[in-house]
Ligand binder design. Structure first.
Ligand code: HXC
Length: 514
């Protein structure tokens, strides 16, 4: 037995070296960690249960028979993060550049299938040259097997992708289907076709970083939800994110202990809205006053900054926050903001995370650019996402709620559970100036002093409509509250809604406007 144990230890030692010391050094010299080091930094210490360490590829073309490395370029298994189980795979660039072979794909599919059966999140650490070229269509089949599983797992278990090296060609579509993508500045690259192909086809000169680096995908394309300066920061942020998520769609996020006797009043909020309705302010200030310990994990923080989305806790309960940002484009809803908001809402709804909406929105962005690119199609995604969501939904209108945007931003009419407004709220079909110029056009043009008449009508309109009380008269707003008591009201609202049950009609699936 002793010999057998020694043999096992030797085989495991060899397997754990992946492509060997030289390749590990080369990986380090690029500022990248190895597949195993990454797992070790991400998970609770010593919690990895690795499987399929001895799997080797079956390919024999192009001299591959002599190059069968145990593990075949991916480390897979189960581990604990914050004490909770997860499934994990980490591609090993030291073995054929982390390229995906038939067996490499089988290993990933195996843990995905297990993660689905058990109901635990799956985390993929991607660092790969794509399909294993020596295996041809067999490796393409492997990708398709993963894509199918990503799709079937969507909305069942949280799926998290970290891109820690190259991720090119069709390979990008696996992370793209998952719920969250993390990238590292300067080392992660995602593109469907690389700079060389781009040069040939479109004659554009573009670097790897500019085409598909972390900054690009965080701010321009919206592909990356979180970006970091280092891999270690990625692992820290994944752990943070998981704190807000349940393990699967039947589960609820873990509740944190909360002292309900603490002072929940926030006097600073009474001063936050500027006297002039056109003056911007930073919505982050309101969010940090409302969430527990001012802790807010912002998602997509560099993309479509006119809307803010992210996770926080209120009264110990995890919530997803969707907030207009008056300091960027006056908080207007455009195509990118609509898509960003909709995707986030659907994630939260799929995983039983209640929604808090903080509203200060002048409407949808006008213009040919928006119309021709489909603000109708894309704006409807946000509306659709709010309408279909059955999780607890609470809205606070802090200032503007104009036009269709009033309806869209989780109004009472689309199943907002508690809809509050601050006394500074302005709820109407459109802003005062636009409205007065339309409905009093003739009167103003006939007046001797146009300016005087316009101002007279403006004041009349503001007095009548630029307030929350007409909506409150109808019950569209449940209460007009002091800003300083908002946190208290939200803690109570989300506690009350904890056991809320609401359903949508049975169907095969909905047809969200795509
Ligand atoms: C087999 C690969 C490989 C691949 C890299 N290697 N990519 N082996 N299949 N796809 C191997 C290299 O031969 C090399 O082996 C080792 O990995 C490290 O690669 P280097 O090129 O030395 O590393 P680096 O300079 O860092 O460049 C990394 C890279 C480059 C940018 C990823 O290797 C590259 O461009 N690879 C090809 C990428 C690609 O076109 N893949 C197919 C995409 S299409 P040795 O033994 O020399 O160390 C695709 C379709 C998916 O993936 C479709 C799904 C629908």
């Amino acid at each position: 037995m002793k010999e057998k144990l020694e043999k096992l230890a030797k085989l495991k030692r060899e397997a754990s070296l992946g492509g060997g010391i030289e390749k590990i050094e080369s990986q380090h010299s690029k500022g990248k960690l190895t597949a195993r080091e990454r797992i070790a930094f991400l998970i609770d210490e010593g919690s990895l249960e690795e499987i399929d360490m001895f799997v080797k590829h079956r390919s024999s073309d192009f001299g591959m028979t002599d190059q069968r490395i145990p593990g075949d370029g991916v480390v897979t298994g189960f581990a604990r993060i914050n004490g909770r189980p997860v499934a994990i795979f980490s591609q090993d660039f030291t073995v054929f550049g982390g390229s995906l072979s038939e067996t490499h794909a089988e290993k990933i599919c195996k843990i995905m299938d297990m993660a689905m059966k058990i109901g635990i999140p799956i985390i993929g650490l991607n660092d790969s040259g794509g399909a294993r070229i020596q295996e041809g269509v067999i490796s393409l089949g492997g990708y398709a097997d993963i894509f199918l599983r990503n799709t079937l797992a969507s909305g069942v278990i949280p799926q998290i992708s970290a891109i820690l090296g190259p991720c090119a060609g069709g390979a990008v579509y696996s992370p793209a289907i998952t719920d969250f993508i993390f990238m590292v500045k300067n080392t992660s690259h995602m593109f469907v076709t690389g700079p060389n192909v781009v040069k040939t086809v479109t004659h554009e000169d573009v670097s790897f970083e500019a085409l598909g680096g972390a900054e690009t995908h965080a701010s321009k394309s919206g592909v990356a939800h979180f970006i970091s300066d280092s891999e270690m920061e990625v692992f820290h942020n994944i752990r943070k994110l998981l704190e807000f998520l349940p393990s699967n769609w039947k589960d609820t996020p873990q509740e944190k202990n909360f002292d309900f006797n603490q002072n929940l009043l926030c006097p600073g909020l009474d001063e936050i809205i500027p006297d002039s309705p056109n003056k911007p302010y930073d919505m982050h200030q309101i969010i940090s006053n409302l969430v527990d310990d001012s802790e807010f994990l912002e998602v997509h923080s560099e993309y479509a900054q006119n809307i803010i989305v992210g996770f926080g806790r209120i009264g110990g309960l995890a919530v997803g926050v969707i907030a207009n940002q008056p300091s960027v484009l006056a908080g207007v809803l455009d195509i990118n903001a609509s898509v960003k908001g909709a995707r986030f809402i659907r994630f939260c709804d799929a995983f039983n995370i209640p929604l808090l909406v903080l509203e200060d929105v002048p409407g949808f962005l006008p213009g040919t650019e928006q119309e021709w690119n489909g603000i109708i199609r894309h704006g409807s995604k946000l509306l659709f996402a709010f309408c279909e969501a059955t999780v607890p939904k609470v809205t606070v209108i802090v200032r503007k709620a104009y036009g269709g945007a009033y309806d869209v931003m989780n109004s009472k009419h689309i199943r907002g559970d508690f809809n509050y407004a601050w006394p500074s709220a302005e709820i109407a079909v459109m802003g005062p100036k636009g409205a007065v110029e339309i409905i009093f056009k003739k009167e103003i043009s006939k007046a001797e002093d146009h300016e005087l008449k316009l101002n007279e009508k403006l004041n009349e309109y503001i007095e009548k409509f630029a307030n929350p009380y007409i909506a409150a008269e109808r019950g569209f707003i449940d209460d007009v509250i002091n800003p300083s008591e908002t946190r208290l009201r939200l803690v109570n609202a989300f506690q009350l809604l904890k056991n809320k049950v609401d359903n949508n009609p049975k169907k095969k699936h909905c047809n969200i406007p795509l």
